[in-house]
Structures are given as structure tokens and as C-alpha cells.
Design a protein around this ligand. Structure first.
Ligand SMILES: *Cc1c(COP(=O)(O)O)cnc(C)c1O
Length: 382
């Protein structure tokens, strides 16, 4: 038998089966528009999934959700917004869309997310400099909830609203409560590489009907109530299309299954690396945390592996036509963001140095897992 050597991706779309039926319905009824029954149905599915009586506005991307979240929380030009440094640039870019200034904060080593101590230091320092930050953006990276109790306590102490970037954490929980329901507002993403996809899409999670309506208003060009086109605020074209929402409705039917399969990939790596000295699989710090394990990640300590680094491993996987990727490069080290204030130490910088994301898709086959295991076992001479 010839072994297939087709590319193994980090995270690729995984269709459940009924997506095309919802898309076909949209064609049959001519709802080929950024509104329609699939948009409403997808929003209801997400509201049911998250519970906590949330109100969902389906949008064209997670980035759009973060942008509208900042607008709803009152961020305007000249404001300062605190943002977790260790993240994807889409968490921070919308701060600049608003003409505001990002203030970056380091991570702590348990969840790899925003550090409560560095966060408080940043807030008190900015207040001392004369400006109280307007919003705090915390991220549940790779599906791991941030330290919800500590972070919300700091946010409440200083009366600063929390915007949760839950783009990677649909289905993750902290103390049994879903990520995306802790902040004043939250953003979800359904990009092609996320745990479910609409090919491209996102959503804003709100806690009142009014907030949702405001988001939808801004996302549909901020059209005032008049027979002609009348505008009294800046609008955006950020609504999700009814076609994409149809894919989302099909994906919602298999979300629980995708979470179980992603968590299964994590267990696969825990088992694979259990005897490899110097490799640590990123894991929930306590039973309070339940990650969807969107991406499985490891850190490699070359002092304990006889000099083997995560980059050596990445190249070995690449030679086997297997995609892996270094962890997010922190925003405070990015050319576009390095001139902005930063608070913390080198936790996120070190994670970037030592960390690697491994293929984590819910659609990986036993044969693909075997290929991954063979490369890794050979590399570490297990
Ligand atoms: C994917 C992602 C986003 C952006 O979502 P899009 O739908 O791609 O715009 C924002 N933040 C994080 C942490 C993400 O992973």
C-alpha cells in the first residue's frame, strides 16, 4: 500500500453534512443577502449554545465584532485601550481603527493569557499619567480561558469594561460558565481555521437587546429611520451574509462533536509526549478551566532536550508535509505596535521563543495521527 503524503494542516474546515442544505434553502427562497432566516437562525443557535440570556449579532468577521465592541463601549480617538500582548493582531488592530492607543500587557504562565498583576500595574500607571484606560481586551488564547475571577476583579475595581476576545474559545468554560459571557461584550470568530466556520464570519455577544440592535445598526451602514438614506453616525458593512450563516447553522449541529474531537487531539499529544523530557503540553491549570483545545500547543526547552528546539521540530514536521506554527508573536514585539506602551516581563516573549502549535483539526484521521506520531517519535528518538 502506498502511504498518502498529502499535507496535514494545523486546523482546516470540517463540514458536518447539513451545511449545503441550509445554503440551498437560501438559494431556493432567494435570501442571498446580508439578512434572512439563516442569519436569525444562526444567532438563535448561538444564543442557545452560550445560554446566560445573551443576545448575538452575527457579523462578517471576528475583527468586525471587536471593532463594534470597542465602539459600543465608547472608545474614540485619543482613548487608551488595554490589550493582551500575546494574541493575534486582530485583537489589537480595531483599537487603531478607532484612533485610540493600545497599551499592551504581558501574560502569566498558567493560562498564557493576560496577567492580572501586570494588568493592575498598567491601569495604575496609566491613571498616574493622567488617562484611565477605556476598555480591557482579554483573550482566551487557543481556547484556554483567562483567569476570569482575577481579571474581572481588577476590571471591576477600576470600573473599566472588559471586552472578551473569545474568537478561539467557543465551547470553552470557566467554572462551568461559557467563555464569551464574562465580559461587558465578547467577540466570536467563524474564520476558516476556527472550531466552526462560516467560511468567514464572526459575532458580537451582548447582554441586552439594545446593545445587539445598536451593533446591527452600525453593521448595516447606520441607516436612520427614514424613507430615504439618512445617516447621523458612521456606519459599517459588517453584517454576516445569509449564505454564510447557512453554513454556520450546519456547523452548530456538529459543534459539540468538534469540541470533543479537538480535546481528543490534545489527549493524543499528552500521550505522545508523556515520556519526552523537555516538552510540556499546554494544559488546563486546574479543574475550573475547560478548554476547547482549539489548537494543541507545546513548549520545548532545549536545555532539557539536548539542544533540540521547537524550530528544529517545526522543520522536521515540515519535511513530513505536516504544518505546525510558532505561538503568536506578542504584539509589543511587532513592528507596527512596538512603539506603544507595554507592561509586564518576558512571559509571552519566552512562549513565542519556545512554543509550537501542532495539527489540531477535528477532521484528522488515524493515519494522519500516525504520520504525526512517527515524525515526532523519530525526532525525539523515542
Ligand atoms: C481569529 C481571531 C480573531 C479574528 O477573527 P476573524 O474572524 O478572522 O476576523 C481575533 N482574535 C483572535 C484571538 C483570533 O484568533
Amino acid at each position: 500500500m502506498i502511504m498518502s503524503n498529502s499535507k496535514i494542516w494545523l486546523s482546516s474546515p470540517h463540514m458536518g453534512g447539513n451545511e449545503q442544505q441550509f445554503v440551498q434553502e437560501a438559494f431556493d427562497t432567494n435570501w442571498v443577502a446580508p439578512l434572512g432566516p439563516n442569519v436569525a437562525g444562526f444567532e438563535e443557535d448561538l444564543e442557545q449554545f452560550l445560554g446566560e440570556s445573551v443576545h448575538i449579532a452575527a457579523l462578517s468577521s471576528g475583527t468586525a465584532a471587536i471593532h463594534l465592541g470597542l465602539i459600543l463601549l465608547g472608545v474614540t480617538a485619543g482613548d487608551e485601550v488595554i490589550c493582551q500582548s500575546f494574541t493575534f493582531s486582530a485583537s489589537a488592530n480595531p483599537i487603531l481603527y478607532q484612533g485610540a492607543t493600545p497599551v499592551f500587557v504581558d501574560s502569566e504562565p498558567d493560562t498564557w493569557n493576560i496577567c492580572p498583576k501586570a494588568l493592575e500595574e498598567a491601569i495604575t500607571s496609566r491613571i498616574a499619567k493622567g488617562k484611565k484606560p477605556k476598555v480591557i481586551i482579554g483573550v482566551h488564547l487557543y481556547g484556554m480561558p483567562f483567569k476570569v475571577d482575577e481579571i474581572t476583579a481588577v476590571a471591576e475595581k477600576y470600573g473599566i469594561p472588559l471586552l472578551e476576545d473569545s474568537a478561539e474559545a467557543l465551547g470553552s468554560t470557566y467554572q462551568g460558565k461559557p467563555c464569551g459571557t464574562f465580559g461587558a461584550l465578547a467577540a466570536l470568530s467563524f474564520n476558516g481555521n476556527k472550531i466552526i466556520t462560516t467560511s468567514g464570519g464572526g459575532a458580537l455577544v451582548a447582554h441586552t437587546k439594545q446593545e445587539k440592535e445598536k451593533a446591527v445598526f452600525l453593521a448595516t451602514q447606520a441607516r436612520d429611520n427614514a424613507p430615504h438614506y439618512q445617516h447621523s453616525s458612521i456606519g459599517y458593512n459588517y453584517r454576516l451574509s445569509n449564505i454564510c450563516a447557512g453554513i454556520g447553522r450546519g456547523q452548530m449541529e456538529v459543534l459539540d462533536n468538534h469540541i470533543a474531537l479537538r480535546r481528543g487531539m490534545h489527549d493524543f499529544y499528552v500521550d505522545l509526549f508523556k515520556d519526552v523530557e523537555g516538552v510540556t503540553v499546554f494544559n488546563e491549570p486546574t479543574a475550573d478551566y475547560h478548554s476547547n483545545h482549539w489548537l494543541s500547543a507545546i513548549t520545548v526547552d532545549p536545555l532539557q532536550t539536548g539542544g533540540k528546539t521547537r524550530e528544529h521540530l517545526r522543520l522536521a514536521l515540515e519535511a513530513g508535509n505536516i504544518e505546525s506554527r510558532p505561538l503568536w508573536k506578542p504584539m509589543h514585539l511587532q513592528p507596527i505596535f512596538e512603539k506603544y506602551p507595554y507592561y509586564g516581563g518576558n512571559v509571552s516573549a519566552q512562549l513565542f521563543e519556545d512554543g509550537l502549535c501542532l495539527p489540531s483539526g477535528s477532521n484528522l484521521t488515524d493515519a494522519e495521527r500516525q504520520r504525526i506520531a512517527t515524525v515526532i517519535e523519530t525526532f525525539f528518538e523515542k
